[in-house]
Design a protein around this ligand. Structure first.
Ligand code: HEC
Ligand code: HEC
Length: 321
């Protein structure tokens, strides 16, 4: 469970900063997104759009059989379609997925829209995923580093890479991928011990308007999450201040089951000077160990990997300042 723990609470859909002209609360887009920029597809992407032309007749992951509103994000509705190769891998619990596996996710701005705003596609070519984000008629979205197509689209990999044992797939956990060891815990550093002191009264803190009750992450396992914010964050939320000032603290509780008496993990962001200090620990102050060591400090790659998507929002995903 070591790595799986960190994607349990994930239910955000972040589109490219320029994939939406909706400036409401896209965590990836901040306040200033312009209209989506599109470009002509490469030959590989054109061929892929040919391969997926009948995707509407494909099967689905058991976790994604109808349009689901992404609770932590905009008002995007998403559903994924999987080809026969993926369907077989789901049944057999095969992971990594074999060559030829294709997953198409439709992304609708509104539930009643006749057409999705974007298709995001993962296609297994040899041992690698080919990533693409395009319109249904085959134009490709531009990201910050160029067209969103190819084997090395960092924007896609940033988030999907978190599913290390599950071949980058977030919606469904393949049985063969569930072999991760039990969570490893270690003693907290002095800084984290001090932080756990600072948050000892968090249960009496306020909330973001978007996180006032335990919410089940629909797109992932059965984790229930809720965030608590201290006075510094509450003031920043009401004043619209971003980046957040020194002293801001956000505590997210992560429950395995809704009725559990205590959360399985607390994930905490604490502003120290100009930087976030990240920590993932148990309520009684042990720290989880990630692939690169204890999950505590200013430079925890695993946390930054996802939160970094909120470039204009000081890495905060739940609420847009
Ligand atoms: C900010 C994180 C994030 C980024 C960036 C991102 N995705 Fe995803 N993606 C998700 C999450 C979370 C899901 C699970 C379903 C949902 O909530 O939309 C998902 C689901 C998918 C799926 C369905 C299969 C699966 O893994 O569950 C495809 C296909 C997909 N994304 C393709 C892409 C492509 C292509 C890109 C880059 C253009 C991309 N994604 C960028 C987070 C992200
Ligand atoms: C795979 C992506 C991902 C990773 C990795 C991740 N987070 Fe998050 N985090 C999210 C998402 C999405 C939210 C929004 C609420 C939710 O769905 O759980 C969130 C919310 C939070 C919040 C509430 C404030 C906010 O930004 O919304 C805190 C605090 C937090 N995460 C801390 C951490 C820490 C500490 C780590 C590293 C140990 C970490 N997160 C790793 C995706 C991630």
């Amino acid at each position: 469970m070591t790595t799986r723990v960190f994607i349990l609470g994930l239910s955000v859909l972040a589109m490219s900063a320029c994939s939406s002209n909706d400036t409401s609360n896209d965590p990836g887009a901040g306040g200033g997104a312009s209209a989506p920029m599109l470009t002509a597809a490469s030959a590989d992407t054109k061929a892929l759009w040919g391969d997926i032309s009948d995707y509407a007749k494909w099967g689905q992951f058991p976790e994604s059989t109808e349009l689901t509103l992404s609770e932590t994000h905009n008002n995007m509705f998403v559903i994924s379609y999987v080809n026969d190769v993926v369907t077989k891998a789901v049944a057999d619990g095969t992971v990594p997925l074999p060559d030829g596996a294709i997953i198409v996710k439709e992304n609708y701005a509104k539930k009643d829209d006749p057409m999705p705003m974007a298709l995001t596609v993962m296609s297994k070519m040899g041992k690698d995923w080919y990533w693409a984000q395009g319109t249904p008629d085959g134009q490709v979205f531009m990201g910050p580093d160029g067209p969103l197509e190819g084997k090395n689209v960092s924007m896609c990999v940033n988030c999907h890479g978190a599913a290390t044992d599950n071949d980058s797939v977030l919606t469904h956990t393949f049985a063969g991928g569930g072999t991760a060891p039990a969570p490893m815990l270690t003693d907290a550093s002095a800084d984290t011990t001090a932080l756990w002191g600072d948050i000892s009264g968090y249960a009496k803190w306020g909330h973001f308007p978007e996180s006032t009750e335990l919410t089940q992450s629909k797109t992932h396992n059965n984790m229930f999450v809720i965030s608590y914010i201290n006075d510094v964050v509450a003031k920043a939320a009401s004043d619209g201040t971003v980046p957040l000032p020194d002293g801001a603290i956000i505590v997210k509780e992560n429950y395995a089951k809704k009725d559990d008496a205590t959360p399985m993990a607390l994930t905490v962001m604490s502003k120290m000077g100009q930087d976030w200090y990240w920590a993932q620990g148990t309520p009684d102050g042990k720290v989880f160990v990630g692939p690169d060591g204890p999950l505590e400090g200013k430079d925890v790659g695993m946390c930054v990997m996802c939160h970094g998507a909120a470039t204009d929002n000081d890495s905060v995903l739940t609420h847009t300042f």
